[in-house]
Design a protein around this ligand. Sequence first.
Ligand code: ADP
Ligand code: MG
Length: 302
Amino acid sequence: MKDINKLVDKSDYNTLKHSYMDACSDKDFYKYVTTLPIEEDILIKYTSILEETFKEFKNCKNCKSLNNCKNKINGYKYIPEKTGNSITFSYQACDKLLKEEEKNKYLDNIKYYQISTDLSKASFKDVYKDDKKRVPILKYMTEFIKDYTKGKKTKGLYLNGSFGSGKTYLIAALFNDLAKKGVKSAIVYYPDFITDLKSSFNKDNYIDKFNYIKKVPLLLLDDIGAENVSNYNRDEVLGPILQYRMEEELPTFFTSNLTINELEKNLSITNSGVDKVKARRIIERIKNLSISLELISKSRRD
Ligand code: ADP
Ligand code: MG
């Protein structure tokens, strides 16, 4: 008696082979499948999926940039791989994506709190060179990078000046540069951070956030003086952070629209009254942690 199963298998096989041969009439597809390290009798079972992987292979070959990726999943290619007598298909990150990820790895070294991660694009090479007012700041930064990477004790910067002049951008550029050398930092939009921290009081992540900011090697407290000052945030948050960083000699940066003297006045007034002594103690720590420079310039905001 004839084996019915074998007959069915044979006719299936012929159908599969037929559509495989059909697909191979496209000579590029043919070239693609024949260069795969997979035997033909396995390939023929997967013609339609191979046509998909071939399409992605072609997209990759003609790829202009990651942003113009034509594959189903951006930055990934669908690929066949022989396993035993069959083929398994999976998504693999393309070289361009891997390169991009490698290039952006330094970003893991910077944490942003309540501030736009667009700052990750800030770079020295884009700093406006036409503005003479930036020269002392850039000079300070070059020295800072040199000293810090040599392990020398270095002070941060208290950068005050007009709205939109580029204060935050400049310090972000410095942190980005050092992040590429492996230095960890945090950029904190201080007025919102303080509100957020208060609302997470008694929650698990409160102490984590607080400690991170306290101990991170480089810290920028951005826009200090724009917050609502309270006894609590001045004496229980800002004070201990600065005290710790002073004792551990951790460089701390500040940007503000206020001069140090104006900030002192600002810190002395809370809902509970005026306390010049406590404001002075904060200012002394800021002065100990940083040197003061000014950037008054036209606003660069759109
Ligand atoms: P500030 O902190 O002094 O208020 P920012 O640093 O926020 O000012 O800068 C204002 C705007 O100008 C931002 O949108 C910033 O991205 C842009 N900017 C500042 N400096 C530069 C620069 N050198 N190159 C490109 N954009 C810049
Ligand atoms: Mg700013």
